[in-house]
Design a protein around this ligand. Structure first.
Ligand SMILES: [Zn+2]
Length: 134
């Protein structure tokens, strides 16, 4: 689902995949303003991460052409269940951030809030000019 998520991150919904190869695909979808679009995209390998979506070409298409593509190419990929799962992940991540903020200690040097270090084994002062740690 990582790949569909990248379309959603860019504000595209109602994604219908028309053709697919190792390096790219052609889809029809709606943009943020609900305009029907055809996108030609490529997938770029990023070491240690998911492939990254790059839009090579986009074209506005008619509503009727979009509706025909939905029927012809097996339907919309980002179903209601996909959107719900995405919202749940987003809520869980907000809740986790909130818990971290709630439990953050005060800096022993300046008294400001501390952030968990990326290594998650210590706290670092959130104030850039302070190097307080705990
Ligand atoms: Zn500090």
């Amino acid at each position: 689902m990582g790949q569909i998520d990248q379309y959603l991150d860019l504000g595209y919904t109602g994604i219908v995949r028309m053709t697919q190869s190792d390096s790219g695909e052609t889809v029809v979808c709606r943009d943020r303003r609900k305009q029907c679009m055809r996108l030609i995209v490529s997938w770029t390998d990023v070491p240690g991460q998911d492939q990254r979506l790059k839009i090579e070409r986009m074209e506005i298409i008619s509503e009727s052409r979009y509706q025909k593509a939905i029927v012809e190419y097996g339907g919309i990929l980002d179903t209601e269940a996909v959107h719900q799962a995405r919202n749940r992940r987003r809520m869980a991540s907000i809740a986790a951030q909130h818990r971290q903020t709630q439990s953050a200690p005060a800096c022993p040097k300046c008294g400001q809030r501390m952030d968990l270090a990326p290594t998650r084994d210590r706290w670092l002062c959130a104030t850039p000019s302070c190097n307080g740690r705990k």
